[in-house]
Design a protein around this ligand. Structure first.
Ligand SMILES: Nc1ncnc2c1ncn2[C@@H]1O[C@H](COP(=O)(O)OP(=O)(O)OP(=O)(O)O)[C@@H](O)[C@H]1O
Ligand SMILES: [Mg+2]
Length: 263
């Protein structure tokens, strides 16, 4: 009888310890999941914060560029058009003066003709800078060909451009972004990379356009550059976001730069 009682006591003790053990494991697991979930949520929030911060930076880059572009256009209009039209207006007024000799009239008329034609040329240049006419009339391919010609005419850089696809001219509004991206990449290759060769290749795979861009310039360290992106790079990224595309940059010192983007 006594032995039975001792046995039962032992069994109760064992059950007690085993349940205690399971309770401790259950509590540990619950705590573990609770804290790891909290950590995951915290990481996700941090990621979201970074994304928002990045979007804000892109937006402010767009606004700053827009303002700089406005300032530049205002300066061009002021220096190249308004000042000339001002003199034209003064000269036209002079023409109304009485008792002008034939020579004086001729001189004033000549100045007016010269200045109006200069103002016309300048206004054409400003308009072309804002929207290259070849791009609008003949599409992206012709626009890029002209851009390559402009760059290679400097004799500083050779440009190899190959287009294995055709661009739909009705998509020109989107293609203007591709044109501006290439313009910035080429500017950077010359200005920072001191490149002597630039290569541009376009392909189309499964309805997606791909552009492969590279130069043989001095390149740069990507890690250092991540925080030093200027307006140019930020604008490229916001144009790519607008095109619902993706872009990757690869570069290292003395290895040039290679950029791949799709749209
Ligand atoms: N092709 C390249 N070769 C070497 N360095 C480059 C090249 N492209 C970009 N970089 C580096 O990346 C930096 C950022 O370029 P980004 O175009 O954003 O700014 P930026 O050209 O300095 O100024 P901005 O374009 O606003 O006039 C450059 O200052 C340069 O150090
Ligand atoms: Mg730049």
């Amino acid at each position: 009888m006594l032995k039975n009682l001792a046995n039962e006591k032992e069994i109760v003790e064992i059950i007690f310890y085993i349940s205690g053990f399971f309770i401790v494991i259950a509590v540990t697991l619950i705590l573990f999941f609770y804290f790891s979930r909290k950590k995951i949520i915290q990481k996700e929030l941090e990621k979201k914060d970074l994304e928002i911060q990045y979007q804000k930076e892109l937006l402010s880059a767009v606004i700053i560029t827009q303002e700089e572009e406005r300032k530049r256009i205002a300066q061009d209009l002021h220096d190249d058009i308004s000042s000339k039209l001002n003199i034209v207006s003064l000269n036209s007024y002079l023409l109304t003066a009485p008792n002008l000799t034939e020579n004086e009239t001729l001189g004033i008329t000549k100045t007016i003709i010269e200045l109006t034609s200069k103002a016309l040329d300048n206004s054409r240049k400003i308009a072309h800078g804002l929207l290259p006419p070849v791009l609008e009339k003949f599409g992206l391919h012709a626009g890029i060909e002209e851009l390559c010609l402009e760059f290679s005419s400097s004799k500083v850089v050779e440009i190899q451009y190959e287009n294995k696809t055709s661009f739909d001219i009705t998509d020109n509004d989107r293609h203007l972004h591709v044109f501006r991206i290439l313009q910035e990449l080429m500017n950077n290759s010359l200005r920072h990379g001191k490149a002597s060769t630039i290569s541009i290749v376009f392909e189309k795979k499964n309805d997606v356009y791909w552009c492969f861009y590279s130069d043989d310039g001095i390149g740069f360290e990507m890690k250092n550059n991540e925080n030093q992106k200027g307006l140019g790079m930020k604008n490229i990224e916001s144009r790519i976001a607008f095109l619902n595309g993706k872009i990757t940059f690869e570069s290292s010192i003395n290895k040039g730069i290679s950029v791949v983007f799709n749209f």
